[in-house]
Every structure is written in structure tokens, then in C-alpha cells.
Design a protein around this ligand. Structure first.
Ligand code: UDP
Ligand code: MN
Length: 491
């Protein structure tokens, strides 16, 4: 009877013999006492002893006094009470999360490395499903579903289901709805399994320790914070592994509005992130995407190249980049273009065989622009498409991709769409979902953009200025659009 009351995740039985033990590695810099302890206590409480080898805390040169002997004493007591080794390692200098995780990994005795941020809450049964996927195949890198600990009330909230990780044109990590093909595959499974994710969030994941070192661990020369999840994701996928999200495993995380700690570099968060990303680009991207990235992101160009041209040989200036390129060559890894084509087909990056550029109304002379709505990062750009003066320089909000399958998409996985499609309906930008409603056909001779489902044309509203709507096709100048390509692959 009980069996029927349990959900599918609770009913699943994991053979303990199959699972290899894990070391949980938690790095922190000036973490709050309560959140750090919430992480450690929740891990102890929710993890069976036979699969938890130890908890390793790595203190990245915190300056808060309570994180020193008070923490030592507290953890000693916990170790004795629960008979789970809790080890504290300390770095004298601020080294950043990447190097700190490497210190933790090096001393780990478990067969699987499980990284968590220092402000998490693990939930009952979180670790078994992760270890089970690794037991199935040790090249699978696995992530729990990351739930939300509210950053003011610290209440636990479930996050959205069936989202995977990607990145925007600035190479910032983002959540997007999972691709249709993967969604169908996932739905057709009899039991709750896992689904792929192109990019991993980075803070919470498990990886076979031997595999971690075989594929080159982390790039040791990345500083403080950021970009390491993009690098590891491109490396795992590119070099023959895979990354998954396992819906039966839930761990919550405090998503903070801004970093609570200082960034030693004078350019702050973005300076640090873009300096790290410059390494990712140098190793994993060909010249096309390198040019695209710096063209679309002038801030990154400024941080990385200052006032020099981007043709400057950056590789020779970056520390130990050649050792990262060696790994790529040794393992014969695929690069970013392959990743886009094979791992993340639903991506919204430009490629040489699809249109990338501005879309200008011939009558008004103005261009489509992504709305700059205020809200969470995922809601930015959702709303009515706007018309603004066309800018000569490459301006991301005026850049669109027209795919062979008929999508008109832009950064952040937003697609030209229309709710209740009929004469007069506003043209919107909504999350891409590959439904027929989001398909368009552009005729480069008559310059009309036709909504395939309804055979209506994109037109200017006759009553509201700068409003873009569907209308019966009538050959008027207001229905004519110029797709002006931008040479994204040359800087
Ligand atoms: N961290 C660290 N040293 C640093 C920066 C961050 O040890 O210089 C730790 C931080 O305490 C946290 C983890 O690395 O446990 C991830 O950082 P954070 O939570 O700020 O990243 P976010 O979740 O905001 O991406
Ligand atoms: Mn965090």
C-alpha cells in the first residue's frame, strides 16, 4: 500500500553495492555561519553513511573570525557525534573557488567528487540518484535539480522543472526550457531518469574523481569566480563525456542578487569573469566565435584587450594556456562549433549558414529591438517587439537570427511569436519553444515576413505608433522588411 503513496523517485531502489562513495567538497569565502551549517547539517542528515566518505570544507582565506577556531571546534563535535569525517582545509591566501575546489579534490578519498556551494540544503535521497548515474557510466557528470533558498526569508522553494542550462551571447550561464527533442525522449521514459544539459550551473555537481583528473580537472589559472562551469561543460561534452540533470535529486541553493564578498581585481565581478572567459574562448572557440564574442560584448573586449586590437596574440600572453590546449589535443576534443551543432541544437548563436543581423522596416526605416523589460534575468527581453532607430554599430538588442526552420530568434533563447494569432495581434518575443506558432517565412524579393500558421504578414499597426502586428498581406510598404546581415565573424 505504501508503495502507491510514494512518488516515482521515492519508489526507486538503488543497489548500495553499485554505488561508489563520495566526498562532498564545500569551498567558502566569508560564508555566513547559518548558511554554512545548514549545508553541512543537511548533508549529514540526508546522506547514508555508506556512500558518504567525508565532508571536506575548504576555507578560501576567510577573514570572519567565527570561521576559524569556532568552526574547527563545531566540526570536531559533529564528526564525533555523527561518525562522519569532516575535514577543514585552509588556504592562507585568497585563491578563488576554482583553486579552492582543486585543493578539496586533491585530498578527497571518495571515488566520486561532489561539489556544493556553502549555502545549500541537501534533501533526503539527493545523493543516490547522482551516484547511480555515475555508476552507469563514469563519464556522466551529474547535477541535482537546484531548488531555491529565498535570499531574504531563507525559505525553501521548488524551482521550475525541466529546464536545462545554457548561456547567452555574453557567455553568462542561464536556465532555458529543455529542447523539444530531449523533452519528448524524457517523457517517453517509463521511470524518472535524467535529461541532458548543454551547460551546467557549476556550483552543485558530482563527477567520478578519476574521470575528473583524466579530462583535466579545472583550469588552474582561472581566478576567483566565474567561467569555470562553461569551460568544464565544453570540455566534458567536447571530449566525449556528457552532463545530465537528475530530477530525483534535489538540492537548494541561495541565489544572491550580488556577491557578498570582495573581488580582488579592480575591474570587479565582470573583470574577473571576462578574464576567465578569455581563456575559455582561446582554448575552445575558433576565430569566428572569438570575433563574435568581442564584437557583441564591448565590455569584455575592453577588459581583455584594453585598447589593443583583438588580433593581438592573446594566447601568448595568457598563463599556461598551452597546457589547456594540450589536453584538448590529447583527448581529441571537439570545439564550440561542434558543441552548438551536436549538443545544443536549439542554440541561438549565429552560424555561417543562417541569417544574423538587423531587421528593418522599409517604410519607417527603424529596426526590430528586443524590449528591455525590468525583472529577473530570465524575463529580460520578453514582451512586445519594439522598433527603434537602427544603430550602425553591432548592438545585441537589434541582432536577430533567422533559422532554416523558420524561427526568428535572438539572445536569451527568445523567439518572435504571437499569442492568439489573428489580424491585429501584437508581435512578441517569447521563450523559444519550437512550436508552429513561432515559425516565419521571409521572402527576400517581396520583403514580407509571413506567419506560417496563419499566412498573415508582419505589419506596422495603423493606429498605434511603432506597434508591430499581424495583418492581411497587402503589399503595402509598411509590411516590407529588410533583413540586413551583420558580419559577425569578423571583428
Ligand atoms: N568562493 C570561494 N572563494 C571565492 C569566491 C567564492 O571559496 O573567491 C566560494 C563561495 O563561498 C561559494 C562558492 O565558492 O561557496 C561559489 O561562489 P558563489 O556562491 O558566490 O557563486 P554563485 O552561486 O553566486 O555563482
Ligand atoms: Mn552560490
Amino acid at each position: 500500500m505504501l508503495c502507491f503513496l510514494l512518488n516515482r523517485c521515492q519508489r526507486k531502489i538503488y543497489s548500495p553495492k553499485r554505488l561508489r562513495d563520495a566526498s562532498v567538497v564545500i569551498v567558502f569565502h566569508n560564508e555566513a555561519w547559518s548558511t554554512l551549517l545548514r549545508t553541512v547539517h543537511s548533508v549529514i542528515k540526508t546522506t547514508s553513511k555508506n556512500i558518504l566518505k567525508e565532508i571536506i570544507l575548504v576555507d578560501d582565506a576567510s577573514t570572519r573570525i567565527f570561521l576559524k577556531s569556532d568552526l574547527d571546534n563545531y566540526m570536531k563535535k559533529l564528526t564525533l557525534t555523527f561518525e562522519i569525517p569532516i575535514i577543514i582545509l585552509r588556504s592562507k591566501q585568497r585563491i578563488g573557488l576554482i583553486k579552492a575546489r582543486l585543493i578539496g579534490a586533491k585530498s578527497a578519498r571518495g571515488k566520486v567528487l561532489t561539489f556544493l556551494d556553502a549555502h545549500c540544503e541537501a534533501t533526503t535521497g539527493w545523493l543516490e540518484p547522482l551516484l547511480d548515474r555515475i555508476a552507469e557510466n563514469h563519464t556522466q557528470v551529474v547535477c541535482p535539480v537546484i531548488d531555491i533558498i529565498h535570499d531574504e526569508t531563507f525559505a525553501y522553494a521548488k524551482s521550475f522543472e525541466l529546464h536545462w542550462g545554457g548561456m547567452n551571447w555574453n557567455l553568462h550561464f542561464r536556465w532555458y526550457p529543455i529542447g523539444q527533442e530531449d523533452f519528448k525522449k524524457y517523457q517517453s521514459l517509463n521511470e524518472i531518469g535524467s535529461f541532458r544539459t548543454p551547460i551546467m550551473a557549476g556550483g552543485l555537481f558530482a563527477i567520478d574523481k578519476e574521470y575528473f583528473y583524466n579530462i583535466g580537472a579545472y583550469d588552474y589559472d582561472m581566478d576567483i569566480w566565474g567561467g569555470e562551469n562553461i569551460e568544464l561543460s565544453l570540455r566534458v561534452w567536447g571530449c566525449g563525456g556528457s552532463i545530465e540533470i537528475v530530477p530525483c535529486s534535489h538540492v537548494a541553493h541561495v541565489f544572491r542578487k550580488s556577491s557578498p564578498y570582495s573581488f580582488p581585481r579592480k575591474e570587479g565581478v565582470m573583470g574577473t569573469l571576462y578574464t576567465n572567459l578569455a581563456r575559455v574562448i582561446e582554448v575552445w572557440m575558433n576565430q569566428d566565435y572569438k570575433n563574435f564574442f568581442y564584437k557583441i560584448n564591448p565590455v569584455a573586449k575592453k577588459v581583455v584587450y584594453k585598447d589593443e586590437p583583438i588580433s593581438t596574440n592573446l594566447s601568448s600572453k595568457l598563463v599556461n594556456i598551452s597546457s589547456r590546449i594540450e589536453i584538448k589535443e590529447r583527448l581529441q576534443c571537439n570545439d564550440f562549433s561542434w558543441f552548438l551543432k551536436n549538443v545544443w541544437k536549439e542554440n541561438f548563436f549565429p552560424t555561417r549558414d543562417r541569417f544574423f543581423g538587423k531587421i528593418q522596416n522599409i517604410k519607417l526605416g527603424e529596426c526590430f529591438q528586443k524590449p528591455n523589460t525590468i525583472g529577473g534575468p530570465s524575463s529580460v527581453g520578453v514582451g512586445r517587439i519594439e522598433l527603434e532607430k537602427c544603430l550602425i554599430e553591432t548592438y545585441a538588442a537589434q541582432c536577430f537570427i533567422y533559422t532554416q526552420s523558420g524561427l526568428i530568434m535572438t539572445d536569451e533563447s527568445l523567439c518572435l511569436d504571437v499569442l492568439d494569432p489573428m489580424v491585429g495581434s501584437s508581435i512578441l518575443l517569447l521563450a523559444c519553444s519550437q512550436i508552429k506558432r513561432q515559425k516565419w517565412r521571409y521572402n527576400p524579393i517581396s520583403n514580407v515576413v509571413i506567419h506560417i500558421q496563419t499566412n498573415l504578414c508582419i505589419d506596422l499597426s495603423s493606429t498605434i505608433e511603432r506597434r508591430v502586428v499581424l495583418n492581411k498581406c497587402n503589399n503595402n510598404l509598411s509590411q516590407r522588411w529588410q533583413m540586413i546581415p551583420i558580419n559577425w565573424y569578423e571583428y
